[in-house]
Design a protein around this ligand. Sequence first.
Ligand SMILES: [Zn+2]
Length: 162
Amino acid sequence: MPRVCSVCSHEDRAAIDKALVADASFRTIAKLYSIGAQSVRRHRLDHLPASIAKAEAVSRGVEAIDLLAELKELREKAMSLLLQAELSGDIRTALQGIREARACLELLAEVQGELDRRPTLNVLAVSPQWLQVRSVVMTALTPYPEARREVAAGLMALEAGS
Ligand SMILES: [Zn+2]
């Protein structure tokens, strides 16, 4: 018998999806909604991108469109953190921006992959937003060659789909 996802069938699913998009931890969400952290994790990996993509594709479902808007807002926030870091040379801010941009772009890339239905080996590498973020990150890290090298390696791995 196939197992029903306890998040998909949850009455607060919309709120849970929203929390996931906002990058709340699996544990926090699990506790808040009395579900298993593993279920939340599985739902995030297996169901969330498809569900956002589906709603976007049919242009219906206010909730999922909200989610997309929120994702885009998060991306803006991450971008502005990065720009701020670039101006101030503040590495902590830069790293925070990278983290947010990365989580958010990964999810956007997954959604895009669902929308495309094509093998998407290199969604990140060809996404203009991603290229923009990458270039801002690299510029921001210029005064920190060591961190820059590490971040560059991380970004390459990310683009390669690992
Ligand atoms: Zn699910």
